[in-house]
Design a protein around this ligand. Structure first.
Ligand SMILES: [Zn+2]
Length: 90
């Protein structure tokens, strides 16, 4: 089975288990072997930040996406803990 690297944490995952990492990383379509993330990163980071985009203006969404994209994994974990509370991203 074809494997890819999670674009958030770097874990190897089968391509069929990849999730769209937007807005944490650049978005991608199902089945793509680039810019996909694992289930764990999807529920820890992608879903909470996606909910955060609800009701925001295009400018704010763009800013959040650009900021998240620029973070390293370590920084992303730190910021996520600050934003959503400790023990959230572990
Ligand atoms: Zn991951």
């Amino acid at each position: 089975m074809k494997e890819i690297k999670c674009c958030i944490c770097g874990k190897r995952i089968p391509v069929v288990e990849g999730n769209n990492p937007y807005p944490v990383k650049k978005g991608s379509a199902f089945g793509s072997d680039k810019n996909r993330c694992c289930h764990s990163c999807n529920s820890k980071f992608v879903i909470p930040y996606r909910l955060m985009l609800n009701g925001r203006t295009e400018k704010e969404v763009d800013w959040i996406h650009k900021t998240l994209k620029s973070y390293t994994y370590k920084k992303l974990v730190e910021v996520t803990e600050q934003v959503f509370g400790k023990g959230f991203a572990c």
